[in-house]
Design a protein around this ligand. Structure first.
Ligand code: PLP
Length: 389
């Protein structure tokens, strides 16, 4: 029997096509959560399906004992996309973060540093492995597994004063999500990213697992800033598991040959599909920017909301009450979204969603929010939510 780690899952998925999912009875749903940001090119995308079909008939796995023709190519593309120098390929966001944390520790040890303070942000989410959990700023995930790795300090996002107070010569890394995803869609401010970049002696680890790889209409949401390490995964291989950690030349000194590895990570199937994903996404960036702006315009027209947050095709709708009932009603009306952090409806539409799909989603949301009779918001509420962050 499956370990019951997840709650009830009312939707049985049979297949997908473009922006839509179908259940076994043929009922169609507009998918605006895309497997939590993974199915970013929608379902059965011709470039992704062709790459999978072709490579499946050639070679799916080699292990890293052998080379194949797509791994180095993918590393070069990701280095170019991120502006960094070296790439480690793994299988998930949490694993990509583990590589980042190990590099920070490895570099600090090489530099002869005896203390290893890591600064992370309150409300953050970085994955479920023990290392990623240690830097996740939400007690509900951390506390059941305490004690975790020590010397992690959590500060509020966008608080430059708190950053400057927490950072000292012991600080080896500062970890951020450029837009906090699971924590409720909270973007970092430019001034805060600049302040992090100015903390010399500490590596800036940008976790772009949810907000990166085109979702905001940029290759990565942190751009034009430049972190030392970038962590990504989710949409990279079109639904196949693939994580990637990108390192500056300095950060890469933290991991020598033999110090880190993986059996599955960076296999030929996943890498080939990832190259197809990057090609397609590169082409779509201007549309993602345009459609992202349109999505946010339309969401701001919705009534019964406190605040709309996010950028591009990543949006959070802050409600005054729990979001789960609205998720259920939206699904009954043919729209799949999810609720995160209690009162936030999260939208991660596919990059191929255009105005027609955005209009469809917004009209379902408008109906669902009004039918459910959510309490009317006031400008005062909006101000309170903004200031509380
Ligand atoms: C920002 C961020 N980092 C890391 C992770 C963990 O990724 P995975 O579930 O692939 O391990 C997630 C997953 O939601 C995430 O949103």
């Amino acid at each position: 029997m499956l370990l019951p780690t997840y709650g009830s899952r009312p939707l049985m998925v049979e297949r997908g096509e473009g922006c839509y999912l179908f259940d076994p009875n043929g009922r169609k749903y507009l998918d605006f959560i895309t497997g939590i940001g993974v199915n970013a090119l929608g379902y059965n995308h011709p470039a992704i399906t062709a790459a999978i079909r072709d490579q499946a008939g050639l070679c799916v796995h080699t292990s890293n004992l052998h080379m194949h023709r797509y791994q180095e190519k993918l590393a070069e593309r990701l280095a170019e996309w991120s502006g960094l120098d070296f790439v480690f390929l793994s299988n998930s966001g949490a694993e990509a973060m583990e590589a980042a944390l190990k590099a920070a520790r490895g570099l600090a040890n090489k530099q002869g540093r005896r203390r290893h303070r890591i600064i992370s942000l309150e409300n953050s989410f970085h994955g479920r492995t023990a290392g990623a959990l240690a830097i996740t700023g939400q007690p509900k995930y951390r506390d059941p597994f305490a004690p975790l790795i020590p010397d992690v300090v959590f500060i509020p996002a966008n608080d430059v004063g708190a950053l400057e107070a927490a950072a000292n010569e012991e600080t080896i890394a500062i970890v951020t999500e450029t837009i906090q995803g699971e924590g409720g869609i909270y973007p970092l401010e430019n001034s805060f990213m600049e302040a992090i970049a100015n903390q010399h002696g500490a590596l800036w680890i940008a976790d772009e697992t949810q907000c990166g790889l085109g979702r905001t209409g940029e290759r990565f949401a942190y751009q034009p800033h430049r972190p030392d390490i970038v962590v990504t995964a989710k949409p990279l291989a079109g639904g196949l598991p693939l994580g990637a950690t990108m390192f500056s030349a300095l950060a890469a000194c933290g991991i020598d040959p033999g110090m880190h590895g993986t059996t599955f990570g960076g296999g030929p199937l996943a890498c080939r599909v990832a190259l197809a994903f990057l090609d397609e996404t590169e082409r779509l960036l201007p549309e993602i920017r345009r459609n992202g702006e349109y999505l946010h315009e339309r969401l701001r027209e919705l009534r019964h909301t406190l605040e709309i947050r996010g950028r591009g095709l990543m949006a959070g709708i802050q409600l005054a009450e729990p979001g789960e009932p609205f998720v259920r009603k939206a699904r009954d009306a043919g729209l799949v979204i999810n609720c995160t952090h209690g009162n936030v409806l999260r939208l991660l539409p596919p990059f191929i969603a255009g105005r027609a799909e955005i209009d469809q989603a917004c009209s379902i949301l408008a109906k669902v929010l009004s039918e459910a009779g959510a309490s009317e918001s006031s400008p005062l509420h909006c101000a309170e939510v903004s200031l509380s962050r």
